[in-house]
Design a protein around this ligand. Sequence first.
Ligand code: GMT
Length: 382
Amino acid sequence: MRIGITCYPVYGGSGVVATELGKALAARGHNIHFIAYSAPFRLAHVTENISFHEVNVNTYPLFEYPNYSMNLTSKMVDVVKYEELDLLHVHYAIPHATSAVLARQILAGEGVHVPVVTTLHGTDITIVGRDPSYQTVVNYSINQSDGVTAVSDYLRRETYERFDIQREIEVIPNFIDTARFQRLNKSHFKQAVCPNGEKLLIHVSNFRPVKNATQVVDVFHRLRAEDQPVKLILVGDGPDRSAAERKARDLGVYDDVRFLGKQEPIEEILSISDVFIMPSGSETFGLAALEAMACGVPVVASRVGGLPELIEDGDNGFLCPLDDLDCFTDRVRAMLHDADLYERMSVSARRTAEERFDIDRIVPLYEEYYERVCSHSSLQLQ
Ligand code: GMT
């Protein structure tokens, strides 16, 4: 198939999923056309059957705000027409689904038919999309898409609860390349970060407020106050990074904490880590947790959103009530002190990634879904 993929190209789960999906589909023989305002950060290079079409967001003195969604719509129209696309697959409802639905309408006027598949990822439904200034248009764009997928049962339920949705939503979870994300031998790196054999805690996120990154520092401080031999690495960047740094300084643990900023390849850092802490206030799936689990790093996470669909409490990680720092501290301590428990959880975390979320298991679900949507929408045309 010839597929157009639109996503936010910057750091963030939806962009990662869209890019990895495009790369995997290309490897399976499809022609992939990324349409975005810059090259997706996980798209290392274009290949014979991967192209990138940049959306130029024009400015004009009259426009106080740039019209990204209109520039995107025009680019979609051009790419569908000239590259003869069979399908547009957009990730994140705002404004990508809206632009795609409008592009489809413009193209229909020219006798070109292109179905639109929208994948809902998270904050487009749970936070931003619920804002009254967006809700009507998000609702419309979901209902007007030819196919809609959500990354967890939780997100599917939330979408039905919060919007007036008249159509089926298919659940296709996040996935992981378990050949790339596996525990690598990085003993020199580990020795450099933990010179005295300390255990290494890790947090990876975009440091948006929903990630509660400062709580990770709180938990770490509690463990250091007990003289636990631990170090902490925080990977990523975003609005709350300075607050987390300040907290580490105020609590006197800064010397044992490293803020690495945005990093690739993340699997090398996960490979020297022992426990991942994810105290998010909301998480529709938790791709960062899955990446850790694939590298055999068990996760202690909040019992929110779609995380219980990935983490089975006491089996492949631990779940704690939201904001319950005592629980987070206890569970991390338990894993660090009980080698048998740790080993069991680490093995089970890796097994979960392999058996339920491997890229080779999930990508065919998208292919089957595309086939279904395309044949259904061409039947409707007849
Ligand atoms: O908020 C983020 O972390 C980024 C956001 C996105 O849409 O870029 O991530 C969401 O989508 C990911 C991929 O489907 C999910 O794994 C994340 O759980 C989800 N984030 C939230 O729900 C907060």
